[in-house]
Structures are given as C-alpha cells and as structure tokens.
Design a protein around this ligand. Structure first.
Ligand code: NAP
Length: 199
C-alpha cells in the first residue's frame, strides 16, 4: 500500500535515519520538512542518489489544520527523561528544561488524542532510546562529567543497556509505528519497544 510520510528534522540524526529508512521502499512517498532546503537536497543527492520518492520542502508545520484530513498517524519523538517515576527513582537531576519540554510534549500528544481520536487520527509519542547523534563530541568537560553521571544512572536502571545508531533506533520505532492504532496507543508516550522500558 502506498503511504505518504511527512518527516521533520531530517537534516541529521534520527530524522535523517527515518528518511533513509522510509525512502528505501518505493511505495512510500517521503515529504522532508526542513529549514535548510538546499543543504538537505544536496545531502539527499550525495547519499541517497536522488530517490524519486523524496521531496524536500522548506516549511513550518505548526498547526493541526495543515495535516487534517490527510495524516492518520502523527508520531512525536519523546524521551524517557520525561518519565517522572524514572526521574525520581534514579535521581535524574540533569537537563530539567529538556525533560520538562518532553513532558509537555507528551501532554500535547494526549490533548491531540483527546480532540481527534474520534476522527481516527493516532497521536503517539515514541522515545527513540539513547541514540548516538554526535552530540557528545560537542560537550564541555563539565558536560562530559554530567553525561557520565547520567549514564551511570542509566546502567543502574538497565544494566548492559546499549546506545543505538540512528538506524537501529529507527528500526525499532518503525515496528512500533507499524503496530500502532488509536485504540492501542492513542495519546500515550512509549519507548522504542512500545512500552515503558526506556533503554
Ligand atoms: N539522540 C537521543 O539519544 C535522543 C533520545 C531521546 C529523544 N531524542 C529526541 O529525538 C529527536 C531527534 O534527536 P536527534 O538526536 O536526532 O537530534 P539532532 O541530531 O539534534 O537533530 C535535530 C533535528 O531537528 C531539527 N530542528 C531543530 N530545531 C528545529 C526547529 N526549530 N525547526 C525545525 N527543525 C528543527 C534540526 O534541523 P537543523 O539542521 O535545521 O537545525 C535537525 O534536523 C529530538 O526531539 C530529541 O529530543 C533523542
């Protein structure tokens, strides 16, 4: 079945891995929403060989009206760091603004579900797991120490946990997306496993 995907944040990291994954199926049409159209088109040509099913669009998707009647699944990238129980139990005291923004995102997803579930539109927040998107190389010495402290907490929560490549993370998330219905996941926040196991 032919499916159209609208993906934001495709210039790098997890968004790029979604673009790569989805564009491999010629049945899919992928609309890539970006701020830097020329740069993204260049990367698509260089790394994906100009697939016919990818369309790079410079756009701002800010309201429901622009997807109404077309989108059936709206997926937001959340984070296990929005989990209040995890935060309290493992004393995750770092990155408060980030965690708060992801908690707010999860509530937004729940509110959209409350408003639009009757129209058959699924809104779901999926955490991608811990994914190496190159941010560690930009950390200061203090940032690196903080990261190590957080990773120690993660190891306590999930001994032997693994940091994913973007491709691995997207592989997991696509399985959750394929399986996702309004009834099963509508308005919830889940991990890349489709549950509350965040790592
Ligand atoms: N990496 C992880 O371990 C991890 C874990 C949990 C959750 N997440 C979530 O997963 C998502 C992607 O993570 P990532 O690591 O792939 O991030 P990333 O490498 O920093 O990429 C972020 C992408 O978002 C775009 N973007 C940022 N601000 C934007 C704005 N105001 N308007 C339009 N586009 C904007 C960037 O485009 P430009 O190139 O134009 O800046 C870029 O394509 C994020 O929401 C992150 O919080 C990541």
């Amino acid at each position: 079945m032919s499916t159209t995907y609208v993906v934001t944040g495709v210039t790098r990291g997890i968004g790029w891995a979604f673009l790569e994954n989805l564009s491999q199926n010629p049945e899919n049409t992928v609309i890539a929403l970006v701020r830097n159209k020329a740069g993204t088109e260049k990367r698509v040509v260089e790394e994906l060989g100009s697939p016919k099913n990818v369309h790079v669009v410079e756009a701002d998707l800010t309201n429901y009206a622009s997807i109404e009647g077309r989108a059936k699944k709206v997926i937001a990238l959340g984070s296990g760091l929005a989990d209040t129980h995890l935060t309290a139990k493992y004393r995750l005291d770092l990155g408060s603004p980030y965690s708060m923004s992801k908690a707010a995102l999860n509530m937004l997803v729940a509110k959209y579900h409350a408003s639009y579930a009757d129209q058959g539109v699924l809104f779901l927040s999926i955490s991608p797991g811990l994914v190496d998107t190159g941010h560690q190389s930009q950390l200061t010495e203090e940032g690196m120490l903080n990261l190590q402290r957080m990773l120690a907490s993660f190891a306590e929560y999930a001994p032997g946990f693994k940091m994913f490549t973007p491709e691995e993370s997207v592989g997991y998330m696509m399985k959750v997306v394929a399986d996702a219905t309004v009834e099963k996941y509508g308005g919830t926040a889940v991990s890349h496993h489709g549950d509350d196991k965040w790592l």
